[in-house]
Every structure is written in structure tokens, then in C-alpha cells.
Design a protein around this ligand. Sequence first.
Ligand SMILES: CCCCCCCC/C=C\CCCCCCCC(=O)NCC(=O)O
Ligand code: ZN
Ligand code: ZN
Length: 522
Amino acid sequence: MVDSGTKLKIRRLLKTIICLFSLTFVVLFTVAFVRTLTLDVDVGLQHAQWEKTKNISLDIGREQREELLDNFKESIRIPTVSFAESNYNTTALLEFNRFLRKAFPTVYSSSLVHHEVVANYSHLFWVEGSQPDLLPYLLLAHVDVVPASESDAWDLPPFSAKEMDGFIYGRGTLDDKSSLMGILQALEYLLRKGYAPRRGFYIGLGHDEEVSGKNGALNIVNVMKQRGVQLSFVLDEGMLITENLSSFLGGSTAFIGISEKGSATIKLSVSTPPGHSSMPPKETCIGILAAAVKRIEDNPMPRLFGYGPERLSFEHMAHKFSFPVKFMMSNLWLFSPLIGRVLERQPISNSLVRTTTAVTMFNSGVKFNIIPSLAEAFVNLRIHSAQSLEEALDHIRSRVADERVKMELIDGFDPLPVSSTDEKSFGFQIIKKTVLEVFPSVTVAPGICVGNTDSRHFKDFTKDIFRFIPAWLKSGDYLRFHGINERISKKNYEEFVVFYSSLIQNCDIQKLPEPHGSVHEL
Ligand SMILES: CCCCCCCC/C=C\CCCCCCCC(=O)NCC(=O)O
Ligand SMILES: [Zn+2]
Ligand SMILES: [Zn+2]
């Protein structure tokens, strides 16, 4: 029996607990509510007094449109495929060298432009500025593409550049010839109109981005290092404009990649004695390796959503949504576990939540009646910004947990540093300004690039590396990257040319405006 005194104490204790619980809830809710009302990181320098520049407008007419589309299509028809490191279609790459010269005669003949071929198939252009005191920038793109086979059920052949419903189909239309051609086409038109930049800039075109960039981008890096180059910022491929991707990625958002995930390629192998298939052992190397691979797939890496730069993405997008999504997105400190669980349901958004593990190759066996002696698998990780390469490898080791499975790191690197996005970040603010000029209806937000780009090799030149191409990505389109039916609309490719033309001219701005007081000047 509990006496009445003890009962009273228990009642008091319960009351105190309920009070504390309610108080905590009220405090948390108030903090979250205030943050929802005050968080508006999207404004930036939008309303500031920008230096006046007289940008040349391209005014693309019928003839020019035909010319730019013909050039683009011709670039797609040259199969500049990278198969593996140091294994690429060199005939096509040489043809591409000749094609660039033919497609962009003014770029190649202008006294302002200095061009050099690097490592046989890569290109470095230096466009001289009239004000050498302004720090130059670098635009990057790549010449090579991943393989594509006609037997893979493309609606139109992958190297035909044929059109359907206003789209040009072909390998490289998104990744990355749209940006390569868009940059050079914009420069060609600007030079034809007598444009001479104030700020000098480089254009780097690597030829082996899809297989590491070690021969293309890295040799461009060496050339630039020998010359003691310093850069204001780098802009490469990576992120794009997404349109209604999911409940948390609704509306149109231009994500400027401010970092990229790390990467690791791990080879797993198992060796067992070979023999006759009529007298099999209890376990073959295939079975042992398959079980290890299954353990990796069944045990995904921990959820880290909210601990990396993806947090900034959501904070920049929050203002577009109404309650309760806005409330949750403005308060990732409270809701990231919940949002992470929603995002992980789809492959595209799961890539923001954790280090991903993809088993990409599995090889074994030579004949149906021979017990194989070796089984090999490759696992490709894309490492979340809040995890290191070492931590990710430890996780895989602990999942494999079988000493018969040998683990070898083939290649790997940590997630890339996070570039600046504040009101003093020249690169971010200029890219943002240009995006909003060309696409006034979109929201601009920092993003994390889930794939890897050549830009990672350039981190000694600047702390500010951005990854963005002005391509529109609708739901399901992400499957076209390295997949079938890669395509771009003719209208969108034209937007590429306009975007790079505006960007180059906006970079002539000498100094960013002062952020404060600008709102009152409206
Ligand atoms: C809050 C962020 C929203 C996420 C939306 C992500 C949309 C990205 C979809 C597709 C883009 C994938 C392109 C990545 C470019 C990578 C270039 C490349 O292929 N590199 C080689 C490699 O990574 O192996
Ligand atoms: Zn690419
Ligand atoms: Zn690619």
C-alpha cells in the first residue's frame, strides 16, 4: 500500500514533469516560430544598388538560332566517349578539336583570346581583360561523354542529335556539351559584337572528366600553376534548375552547387579453390561475396541530413512554402530527422541524406560447370559532407565483416570544401544575379552536388568553386544523366547561350554593392 504522503509526492513530481515538458515545448515552438518569421536568406543583394553596366543583348534571330543549334548538334554527333582512365575515343577527340575551330571562328581568331591544346585533347582559353587588376575567373566544361549504346532503347539514336517534340536527343546534351558549347557560342557572339571584357577569364575544357580528369583537368591545372594564376571563382557543371521534384523540392529552384560529395571506389574480392561443379563446396566465392554485398545494401550509411550544406539549400527555399512545410524547412535543427526520413524514400533526394553506396560491377565465373576461383565487386560511395572518407570506409568494413572478403580502396577523396555564399562572395552573387536576370521566376539556393566534377582539381586557385548549368530538370529527368534519352530542349539550349553571355558581362562588375541600406534606397 502507498501512503497518502507518497501519493502526494508522486502527484507533485508528475505535475513538475508535465510543466517542464510543456515549457520546453512552448520554448521550442516559440524559437521555431520566430525563426520561421525572420528567416529570409533569399534576399541577399537582390535589392542593392549594383554598378551600372551596359550589357550587350544577344537578340537571337532566326539565322543565329539555326547557327547555334547546328553547331550544338554537330558537337553531339562527335562521339567523344571516355571508357576508362586513359581509354577514350581519341579519333573523336581530335575531330572535336577541329570542329571547335570551325564552329567558333571569331573566338579562334580574336587577338583577345589565347588558345592552347593541353594534353592533346583538352583546351585552355585565356580571354584577356582590359583591367588586369581584376582577378580573373574560370569557366569549366568537359569534352568527353559517358558511353551510350543504340541497343539501350533510346527513342532516338544517342549520337544522332535528332529532334523530337522540341528536344534534341543525344549523349552529352546535358552532360556536358550544352555548357561547353553554350560558353563558346556566347563568347563567339559577344566578340562578333565588339565586346572586350574588363575582367579577364579562362575557359577550361577537360577531355576525361567522366573517368577522373587526371589527364585533362589536372594538366590544365599544371599549366595554370606554372603561370602563377589566381582566381576569383570557378564555375563548372554539377547542379541545375529543378522543377517540382518533390514535396520539399517544389517550385523552380536554381541550385548553385557550393560543394560536392566525396567519393570512394572500393574493390571487394573473394578467392576460393576452383573445382568441378558436380562436387561444390558449401560456399563459393560468388556466394560469399554476394552475401557481403547484400549486407552493404541492407545497412545504409547513417542519416546525416541537416549536418551538411544541404541545410542552407532548405533555408533558402523555405520562404516559398506555406505552413507547415515552411515551418519545418526553416527549422532543420528540430525537423531534420523527420525530413531526412521523407527524403530518403526517393533515390534523388536520398543522395542528400547520406553517403550512398552503389554496387556497380560484379564479376565472376568463366563456365557454367566450373567452380570459380575469384569473385570481384566494385562499390562506389558518394560521401556526405558530414562524413569523411575514413569513416565511410570503416562503415563498409564493419558491414562486410568477413575476413575472406578482401577490401581494396581503388580511388577516393573526402567531400569538397564549402564555397562562400554571403553578400561578399563575388562568384555566388554574380551567378545568382545572372540566373535571376535570365530566369526571373526561379528561387536561387546553394546546393550540394552529388556527383563529382573536374572543378575539384582547381581548389588551390580559389576557395570559391561553384557548380551550376542553366538546364531545367523535371521529375524523372535525373535518370537521363548517364542514362537513356539524354536530351535538352532547343529553347533551353538557347537559354544556355544567353546565360553565359550575361554571366561573362556581369563579371565585368568591378565590385559587389554594399548590402546595407540598399533596401531603403528602393
Ligand atoms: C536540395 C538539392 C536538390 C537536389 C536535386 C539534385 C538534382 C541533381 C540531378 C541530377 C544531376 C546529376 C549531375 C551531376 C553531375 C555530375 C557530373 C558527373 O557525371 N561526374 C562524374 C561522376 O560523378 O562520376
Ligand atoms: Zn559532366
Ligand atoms: Zn557525367
